[in-house]
Design a protein around this ligand. Structure first.
Ligand code: FES
Length: 110
């Protein structure tokens, strides 16, 4: 008997052109069924799942100060680089997605 099927390989996928990002802000982007948030912050471009880990809010509707994203529903606060939850009621970190810029395109590793 053979072992279970191998996991699908991860690959860099184009997400959005850098020129289409909201400069210094957060941009909503859908990739398949995933709703993502792309942060153009002081430390560079980072990407997370858009849904707040506390509830159903979309973080793309929140306030981004260049480093932290504040949830629009209960004002939970997250570090947009590490995903760490910084302020209650947010307790679980954001699901970050590895990202890079390649030839003017934001790419994510999925
Ligand atoms: S839904 Fe985001 S802090 Fe509650």
């Amino acid at each position: 008997m053979t072992s279970a099927a191998a996991a699908p390989e991860r690959a860099w996928r184009d997400l959005i052109e850098v020129s289409r990002l909201e400069k210094g802000d957060v941009t909503p982007v859908s990739l398949g069924t995933r709703d993502l948030a792309v942060y153009d912050g002081a430390g560079g471009i980072t990407v997370s799942h858009a849904r707040c880990t506390h509830g159903a809010a979309n973080l793309c509707d929140g306030y981004f100060d260049g480093r932290r994203i504040e949830c629009p529903l209960h004002q939970g606060l997250f570090d947009a680089r590490s995903g760490a939850a910084l302020a209650s009621p947010a307790r679980r970190p954001l699901r970050m997605i590895q990202a890079r810029v390649h030839d003017g395109m934001v790419q994510v590793l999925l």
